[in-house]
Design a protein around this ligand. Structure first.
Ligand code: MN
Length: 232
């Protein structure tokens, strides 16, 4: 094998409850505006034609429980609590029925966002990368295998900042369900193990500041936590 000129920082693998091996992070896909009340608070009506996506670099992923510095270039860093799913089998152009079978595990995740930059770029009809593909912005809690947990409508999804509830909804509010998202995305990508999909955030997103403790959960899954430190 050819030697490398330098080493890159390792991308963390996500622990899986009940497994001795962890789930390596390949690609990170994120669904936009998948809860109507969140779309409304962002000034949009829901597009029921098809889900849309953005991506985060795996290099920007971290495990829950970390403390991160307040990121550069923003005065409006926001929390977004999300259900993440992890693909466990190759999948291409799959029906929703086949799509569910390819989901290996689920977990709590945060899609941390430089909201001011996302909105500025959106307004200018530019890509969202500066707002969304932020260092340390894809935060993953340990995963739970699909054999042990399913995304039922009644399950609560919530997020607290310093113990105060900011986001509080149920998975019933998801516009595009897990099977539909995986099926749709498989029409554009050869999905494979290592692919993670964040399925969108409910209403109640808002800013966090240095010193804040973020804690998110979904009924039956391992919670996700994040501490925000001072800017560098
Ligand atoms: Mn999001």
């Amino acid at each position: 094998m050819t030697a490398h000129l330098f080493d890159l920082p390792a991308i963390p693998a996500i622990p899986v409850t009940g497994e001795s091996a962890a789930y390596p992070i390949g690609r990170i896909f994120c669904v936009g505006r998948n809860y109507a009340a969140h779309a409304a608070e962002m000034g949009h009506e829901v597009d029921r034609e098809a889900p849309f996506y953005f991506t985060k670099s795996p290099a920007n992923a971290i495990l829950g429980g970390a403390s991160i510095p307040y990121p550069p270039g923003t005065d409006d860093f926001h929390h977004e609590m999300e259900l993440a799913l992890a693909i466990g089998k190759p999948l291409f152009r799959a029906t929703p029925e086949r799509a569910r079978d390819a989901v290996y595990a689920y977990g709590c995740a945060l899609d941390m966002t430089r909201r001011d930059l996302q909105i500025r770029e959106r307004t200018r009809q530019r890509p969202w990368d500066l707002g969304k593909d932020v260092e340390n912005s894809a935060v993953f809690a340990p995963l739970t295998r699909a054999a042990d947990w399913a995304p039922g409508d009644g399950k609560r999804i919530y997020l607290e900042v310093n113990g105060e509830v900011r986001q509080d909804a149920t998975l019933a509010e998801m516009i595009w369900k897990v099977d539909e998202i995986v099926s749709h995305l498989s029409g554009f990508y050869h999905l494979r193990p290592g692919d993670l999909i964040l399925t969108g955030t409910p209403a109640g997103v808002g800013p966090v500041v240095a010193g804040d403790a973020i804690a998110g959960g979904i009924d039956g899954l391992c919670p996700v936590a994040l501490m925000l430190g001072a800017a560098e």
